[in-house]
Design a protein around this ligand. Structure first.
Ligand code: SF4
Length: 84
């Protein structure tokens, strides 16, 4: 999940490739697929060189909490406990 511009071209582009919605007035796109860099242990194989979007996605941020609630609604309390 990442923030996108809400101009019509961006909205059309991302709407055909991802779920587009608002999180606290921020337009975001959520691509529903596993990252090809995840290894069998569920860890990032390129973590030291991960993309900027991954580096700027802060645990516990508004977008992080929205992603948890959308993708793991049954585990919200357990995941939030890990972030403390
Ligand atoms: S940190 Fe980024 S590149 Fe690495 S597994 Fe997660 S989404 Fe993929």
């Amino acid at each position: 999940m990442f923030g996108i511009s809400d101009d019509p071209v961006s909205l059309e582009f991302y709407s055909t490739r991802a779920a587009v919605f608002n999180v606290e007035s921020i337009t975001v796109a959520e691509v529903r697929c596993a990252c090809p860099q995840l290894n069998a242990s569920g860890r990032c194989d390129i973590y030291p060189n991960r993309p900027k979007a991954c580096r700027t996605f802060k645990p516990g941020s508004t977008m992080c909490l929205a992603a948890i609630q959308r993708r793991r609604p049954d585990q919200v309390s357990q995941i939030l406990a890990l972030l403390k």
